[in-house]
Ligand binder design. Structure first.
Ligand code: ZN
Ligand code: FE
Length: 749
């Protein structure tokens, strides 16, 4: 007696080989019926014996294709229709596409084997891919995910590719970007005036890299600048040409064995490194590569993820390549050929270019295996634009994020799609990318801007805020920055009602009172909202947010509250004259703002320990201090950083730092003790507040929690099992996670 089931699957189930997988599974259990891509996911109808149906469902859950994931599975009893066969039906196009666009995928093992098989049709062809691998988000122009709506639309399939594309038994069944050397895009190496094509281009590129040349190489979501990571001259040359003085470069290593010679990898780090997102993973360096990551004990490493990158290594390129976003310093990554050729002409010696256009700019992601689980520091390729959570809300929401490390979040049918890292909206290019991404996601999901609830930061001067205010929307909501940080963690976990203590530490954010916040403690829940219960003791900040570039300027504000200050312009402190000018601003209360920023407290300590120059990238002084602290590996007493009268008092802490420095204590010991004090302060305050409010869970978010040593110290101070700690795993703890937090808070307003 046959029975039947109607099944609906939501999640990442389109463009990842899901239907052929269903097809093979159905046939294996002699079930009849059909599968199709609906607008709300994949729909399956099955009929046959109960044992077969049960086995099908079991294997559907456990044997998914590598890039697929199921978020919802609905199974209903149905009436058998007496079907004789199982088929894959054509896509249906209905009102609202809420299927998920898959992030880009690294080349799979099966395709790699073909890539290096001389007898294969796609031998050494860099555009090889299948339903289990290859580009997705970076080739999609529109939904549904079908070849005419991708950047491959200009290359009609030849008979060979077409037969694979239409064969349900084939790995390339409905693989939209499928191509072969006969019908697909070409690629070439462009040097001054010369151009060589095909396999020779790759051989020659590898040779040039060995010689120390700088190549612009087109990747999935933009161009990279590549050079031999062991060639100090080449590394220095990239820095000079790019005007990038000190910010670390990422390295691409040939394979896992090469990575292991370079950095210490924990099992968690290996998992991140080899995950389908293939992010840049930060890990402790074992070898020094001159100029690659100055003043940094960590190195960012990734594995090759495109066929072209594998081909370069096979052709004899150096096994460690600097692979950095191709741009002039702080501009977004170049992704259009003409723009790249023009803007990179003074940086790259040669260009390795493939013809397939890139639909949108998507940087490499950056992650780290932290003491409380994986942390994503930059969420882009391999992660975006996947939904990170489902919110209990039906109306569409657009959250425009913060101005630094901007990302946006679009919520459709409750699914929160977080965009790729967009960057610093102060830059014209990034602001344009911000507008494009809003247009992109809203049009792909067919949401009308007028129907949106739009959420922005409370900062009236943010470019994102101004943009939001200029849009015609159904409703406009403002969310305070540090509450959004805390909310992002709870949103990831789907915790709407959990009462927590939220610790939100970062460099800057607009506070309720108009001052610059950044050392905040909140009590509350996503649904009820968050009340600020305590914070870092307030200090003056001459120059406001501009002080973020110059540690001695922040120091002038914080140190103004100390009694008996030595002459800091004399040794060993040797503060430059900018310090005196800043002190004057504080004294006369000119251009001076109030702040509770932990980021600026870190800057002050860094200045006292010798970082008195201007920073060349955001957060540099705090990173420098963390790295310095890491060089002292013994037990050390923290300085006093007392929590009293509802504030964390930095005065005894900074006095102790000044005393020790004046008395010649090694700066790495002082840095270590300072780091431990911050951790101790957090834990003391957390314990008290949790006890007073009967809470068992503490949420950490904000850019300061990218400081891994701080998290390790916090962990060491916590008594086992007393409090549970929640941190970000799906979005960054820095401002890249703000848009998710905004969207989540708006869902309950
Ligand atoms: Zn493949
Ligand atoms: Fe922030």
């Amino acid at each position: 007696m046959p029975s039947a089931r109607s099944i609906r699957v939501r999640g990442v189930v389109q463009g990842v080989g899901f239907r052929p997988f269903v097809y093979r599974l159905a046939r294996a259990h002699t079930l009849a019926g059909w599968v199709l891509n609906g607008e709300e996911g994949v729909e399956i109808f099955l009929e046959g014996a109960d044992t077969g149906l049960d086995a099908f469902v079991e294997r559907l859950k456990t044997e998914l294709p590598p890039a697929a994931s199921i978020s919802e599975l609905e199974i209903a009893q149905a009436k058998p229709l007496g079907l004789g066969d199982f088929v894959i039906r054509e896509s249906q196009r209905r009102e609202h596409p809420t299927v998920r666009i898959s992030p880009d995928l690294p080349v799979c093992d099966a395709c790699l084997a073909e890539l290096f098989d001389p007898k294969d049709r796609r031998h050494r062809y860099p555009y090889i891919n299948c339903t289990n691998c290859g580009p997705r988000y970076t080739v999609i122009l529109d939904l549904p995910y079908d070849r005419p709506y991708t950047t491959m639309k200009g290359w009609p399939l030849d008979r060979y590719c077409d037969s694979e594309y239409h064969d349900p038994e084939n790995r390339r069944f409905h693989a939209q970007p499928v191509a072969c050397p006969a019908c697909g895009p070409k690629y070439y190496l462009q040097s001054k005036g010369e151009r060589c094509e095909g396999k020779e281009a790759i051989q020659k590129s590898a040779r040039l890299l060995r010689k120390g040349r700088i190549l612009a190489v087109k990747g999935l979501g933009g161009y990279h600048l590549a050079c031999d990571a062991r060639n100090g001259d080449a590394v220095v040359a990239i820095r000079e040409r790019k005007y990038r003085k000190e910010k670390p470069f990422a390295v691409m290593a040939k394979d896992l064995a090469s990575v292991q010679q370079l950095v210490d990898l924990s099992p968690d780090a290996v998992e991140l490194l080899t995950s389908t997102a293939r992010p840049i993973v930060l890990a402790p360096a074992k070898v020094e590569l001159p100029g690659v990551a100055p003043d940094n004990s960590e190195l960012g490493v990734m594995l090759p993820y495109t066929p072209l990158q594998h081909l370069l290594f096979e052709a004899g390129a150096p096994d460690l390549l600097v692979m950095t976003s191709a741009n002039r310093s702080s501009e977004p990554i170049a992704y259009e050929d003409e723009d790249a050729l023009e803007s990179l002409s003074a940086i790259a010696d040669e260009f390795l270019i493939g013809e397939r256009p890139i639909a949108r700019r998507v940087d490499d992601s950056v992650a780290r295996a932290g003491p409380f689980g994986p942390t994503i520091l930059r969420r882009a390729r391999g992660y975006a634009p996947a939904a990170v959570t489902t919110l209990p809300v039906t109306r569409p929401i657009l959250a425009v994020g913060a101005d630094l490390k901007n990302s946006i979040t679009l919520v459709v049918d409750g699914q929160a799609f977080v965009s790729q890292h967009i960057g610093d909206l102060d830059h014209y290019q990034a602001f344009r990318a911000f507008q494009e991404t809003i247009r992109d996601l809203t049009s792909m999901y067919e949401v009308r801007v007028e129907d949106l609830t739009i959420v922005h930061d409370a900062h009236p001067e943010y470019a994102s805020t101004k943009h939001a205010l200029g849009l015609t929307s159904a409703r406009l909501i403002s969310v305070q920055h540090h509450r959004a940080h805390v909310a992002s963690v709870l949103a990831e976990r789907g915790e709407w009602d959990k009462q927590v203590l939220g610790v939100s530490f970062d460099g800057t954010g607009f506070g309720d009172d108009g001052s610059i916040w950044g050392g905040e403690f909140f009590v509350g829940s996503l649904r009820a909202g968050f009340e600020r219960v305590t914070h870092l003791r307030g200090a003056s900040l001459p120059g406001g947010d501009a002080a973020a570039h110059l540690p001695v300027q922040a120091a002038a504000g914080f140190l103004a509250q100390l009694e008996k200050l030595p002459d800091l312009t004399a040794g060993p402190f040797a503060f430059p004259t900018r310090y005196r000018q800043a002190v004057e601003l504080v004294q006369k209360k000119i251009r001076t703002f109030g702040t509770t920023s932990i980021g600026r407290l870190f800057d002050t300590a860094a200045a006292l320990l010798g970082f008195t120059r201007e920073m060349s990238f955001e957060g540099q002084a705090a990173m420098w201090l963390e790295q310095l602290a890491r060089t002292f590996r013994q037990e050390i007493e923290p300085y006093p950083f007392p929590f009293r009268e509802q504030e964390l008092d930095f005065r005894p802490l900074l006095s102790a730092v000044i005393d020790d420095r004046a008395h010649g204590r090694p700066i790495n010991q002082i840095a270590r003790a300072f780091q431990r004090s911050i951790a101790q302060g957090i834990v003391d305050a957390a314990k008290k507040i949790c006890q007073q409010n009967v809470l068992d869970t503490v949420v950490f978010s904000g850019g300061v929690f990218q400081n891994e040593l701080l998290l390790e110290d916090v962990k060491s101070f916590l008594d086992e099992g007393l409090l549970q700690i929640w941190t970000n795993h799906a979005v960054p703890p820095n401002d890249g996670g703000i848009s998710l937090g905004q969207a989540a808070m708006a869902a309950f307003m």
